[in-house]
Design a protein around this ligand. Structure first.
Ligand code: DC
Length: 255
């Protein structure tokens, strides 16, 4: 696999990459703590590389994987599609409670459906990215999604890597391993730009990364690690090095 320093998110292996599949099959971590609870909670800001890194860590551990941001995105898409006013907190909370949402917890299969309709790609559209903070800052909607996230963690038999903004502090504060994955602002903007294939202007990138984090951090603190949470700065690490660093923390803490 080719990687370049500081491009953790963009250097993630594609699903089905034969080299990555072979590496996983021989992963020395796949039997780690089998039969015991192993919840790995990972929080971090946009562009920290946490989704691709968390997914790969889950594969190596043969654990489930939960992308909680995808759930906030799904509720946002549902509100847009059904004409719910995103400024109306009561209506947004009702939408979060009523949504028939399915999210795959397999690290090898990214799938999100609403009432049976596949929305896996649609939740990544810019329209959703720029509106999602309205759902993330509606406390009633958060409470409902947190309840569902805890149920998904339990449903995965507590062998799961769950990532988002409040997993280490609110969703799973008792997780065996809790990590805050950070990166410098420069690295995060560069990674998100690479991820979007260089299609965005600097101003658009700033809006999607820095401004969105500023709005979201009014309700959850993902800028500083809470007590007992390990901070991992990936600014100078490539994808493989970041995965290895997370696995090191897992094996050191959850022995
Ligand atoms: O990680 P992401 O960009 O897909 O997250 C989408 C939005 O959801 C983001 O604006 C922050 C919010 N979010 C949150 O508030 N709490 C979480 N646990 C996960 C995501």
């Amino acid at each position: 696999m080719t990687t370049s320093a500081g491009s953790a998110a963009s250097a993630a292996p594609a699903a089905g990459d034969p080299a990555a599949t072979a590496e996983r099959a021989s992963s020395p971590h796949s039997g780690f703590r089998l039969g015991k609870s192993l919840v790995v909670a990972i929080d971090g800001p946009s562009g920290s590389g946490k989704s691709s890194v968390s997914r790969e860590v889950a594969r190596r551990l043969r654990a489930a994987y939960l992308d909680t941001g995808a759930m906030y995105r799904a509720v946002t898409l549902h509100c847009i599609a059904t004409g719910v006013d995103l400024q109306d907190g009561v209506a947004v909370e009702a939408a979060a409670r009523g949504i028939e949402l399915f999210i795959s917890t397999s690290p090898d299969r990214e799938s999100v459906t609403i009432a049976g309709d596949d929305v896996t790609a649609a939740i990544r559209e810019p329209e959703v990215s720029s509106a999602v903070s309205a759902v993330a800052t509606t406390m009633g909607a958060r409470a409902e999604l947190i309840r569902r996230q805890r149920a998904l963690i339990a449903g995965a038999g507590h062998r799961i890597v769950a990532e988002g903004r409040d997993i280490t502090t609110v969703v799973a504060p008792d997780a065996e391993v809790r990590i805050l994955l950070t990166a410098s602002e420069e690295a995060r903007l560069r990674r998100r730009g690479d991820q979007l294939g260089g299609t965005q202007t600097d101003a658009q990138l700033k809006q999607q990364v820095i401004d969105r984090d500023a709005r979201d951090s009014t309700v959850v603190n993902f800028r500083q690690a809470a007590d007992g949470v390990v901070t991992l700065d990936s600014s100078d690490l490539d994808f493989e090095q970041t995965v290895a660093a997370v696995l090191d923390v897992v094996r050191t803490i959850a022995h």
